[in-house]
Design a protein around this ligand. Structure first.
Ligand SMILES: Nc1ncnc2c1ncn2[C@@H]1O[C@H](COP(=O)(O)OP(=O)(O)OP(=O)(O)O)[C@@H](O)[C@H]1O
Ligand SMILES: [Mg+2]
Length: 300
């Protein structure tokens, strides 16, 4: 069982219209909502490849129920923690005039009791889970060392952790030595405390993380590709050339693919190749984390 943790999920709503006028009535031509959040995306992809998945995190209100409904229909085991406040909705308005307008809610504040309930549920999932994916940001009320705490518990119970987050959450998490981290370039720069100029620079910083005790470091460099480092080797895999329609969730696709490779025991070269193909396939469709299987196999 792979367990994905999404502490700050969202319903992602996309509108299409001609253009947005401030202070006016704006009629939308179409509206489309999907369950979103990084760990949710990873779980969606894993389910498309029929892996057993459990999903955790905070959900509240109707928007929360929509996410739970989506995930349980996809066959994921749901272990969400209920919150009094509603799960946020992120709105994306695509104008025919080329403007993209985003309306982003702050997300619900989590109470101490709710955090406590989540931690109890996490203890429960520790029994059945083998691999834990900790992804994305956290809502207010959740301490920045939350991932560090979860990683420590996973290590004590000999469970592997993949960490994909940013800023202080990443910095704190790294201290507890997750099995794998997947920063993008900006996230790695935050850890390094400086701009990284070229690939050699990126490799140098990735190696430092390995020296600190992280088994596998995968740095995603957007359209450039992927860098991999472990104790024995450093690899680079160029991104696949595709006509990108929507690159949101490419990082989540990499994480999902690395999970599948971990389970099936792929060597790191193959794991990297699969991750690049899966992320590129994700970029070819409008909807995030819905992988066109034929494109994926062609790219691979
Ligand atoms: N335009 C693209 N064409 C092909 N592959 C891409 C493209 N953009 C990203 N990828 C692939 O996806 C991988 C992950 O992308 P990226 O580095 O942008 O992740 P990220 O910044 O973590 O994204 P997010 O967190 O939004 O999912 C890249 O290493 C690359 O292999
Ligand atoms: Mg990312």
């Amino acid at each position: 069982m792979i367990v994905t943790v999404t502490l700050n999920p969202a319903v992602d709503k996309t509108y299409n219209t001609d253009s947005v006028r401030l202070g006016d009535v704006n009629r939308m031509r179409s509206a489309f909502s999907v369950a979103g959040g990084k760990g949710i995306n990873v779980a969606k992809i894993l389910r498309q490849f029929h892996l057993p998945v459990a999903v955790m995190g905070f959900l509240g209100g109707y928007s929360g129920r929509m996410i739970e409904d989506t995930m349980s229909k996809m066959g994921a085991e749901c272990h969400f923690t209920r919150t009094k406040k509603d799960t946020r909705t992120s709105i994306n308005i695509l104008g025919d005039d080329g403007y993209v307008t985003e309306l982003l809610e702050p997300g619900p504040d989590i109470s101490e009791k709710e955090l406590d309930n989540f931690l109890k549920e996490f203890e429960y999932c520790l029994e059945g889970g083998e691999l834990f994916v900790l992804s994305g940001s956290v809502p207010g009320g959740v301490p920045l060392d939350i991932y560090a705490r979860l990683i420590r518990r996973c290590r004590e119970e000999k469970r592997k952790v993949f960490l994909d987050t940013s800023g202080e959450l990443l910095r704190e998490g790294i201290k507890e030595k997750p099995y794998l981290v997947k920063p993008n370039k900006k996230e790695l720069e935050y850890i390094a405390g400086r701009k990284l100029t070229d690939r050699e620079d990126v490799i140098g910083e990735a190696k430092k993380l390995v020296e600190q005790g992280i088994e596998k470091v995968v740095v995603s460099l957007g359209r450039e590709g992927l860098v991999y480092a472990d104790r024995e080797r450093v690899l680079f895999e160029p991104a696949k050339a595709v006509k990108a329609v929507n690159t949101v969730g490419c990082g989540d696709s990499v994480v999902a693919s690395l999970c599948m490779s971990e389970v099936s025991g792929d060597d790191c070269q193959l794991a990297l190749r699969k991750a690049a193909a899966l992320a590129a396939a994700n970029a070819t469709t409008r909807e995030t984390a819905m992988i066109p299987l034929n494109s994926y196999l062609d790219l691979l």
